[in-house]
Ligand binder design. Structure first.
Ligand SMILES: [Zn+2]
Length: 133
């Protein structure tokens, strides 16, 4: 797989490719098949929509008991972010101390390498959030 295609797939999967409903302009992430507002009117009218990757912290919490995948990173901060497109994403917040996080803080999506599986060499990527200032 070439790099541009790989990068695009990573972005679709992790950075937020949603859909925009043409009749009403609502954006959904993850993508939906039907707009609950327009229902039948939205069928065939949902277009791919790339989120800008910026938003504001709604709530946050510090996690001390790790899930398996996050074993190496305790404690870490999980946030719910209201994206500029009015959809919510959940993810890990990095590059900031827990004490410095506050509701309304402006954050952006960043793609980080999460780990590598041996011996196949599969590399995992995922999105995280970081402060924009
Ligand atoms: Zn709609």
């Amino acid at each position: 797989m070439n790099i541009p295609r790989l990068w695009r797939e990573i972005r679709q999967r992790y950075q937020g490719i949603g859909v925009e409903c043409e009749p009403c302009g609502r954006v959904y992430f993850p993508p939906r098949e039907v707009c609950p507002h327009c229902r039948r009117g939205s069928i065939g009218n949902l277009n791919e929509y790339e989120l800008g990757g910026k938003g504001k912290v709604v709530t946050y919490t510090q996690v001390h008991e790790p899930m398996e995948d996050y074993k190496m990173m305790v404690p870490y901060i999980m946030v719910i972010v209201e994206m500029d497109e009015d959809v919510r994403m959940t993810g890990q917040l990095v590059d900031v101390e827990y004490e410095d996080v506050e509701p309304g803080m402006e954050v952006e999506v960043t793609i980080r390498r999460l780990g590598e599986e041996s011996p196949s060499g599969i590399i995992y990527y995922g999105y995280k959030f970081r402060p924009t200032r």
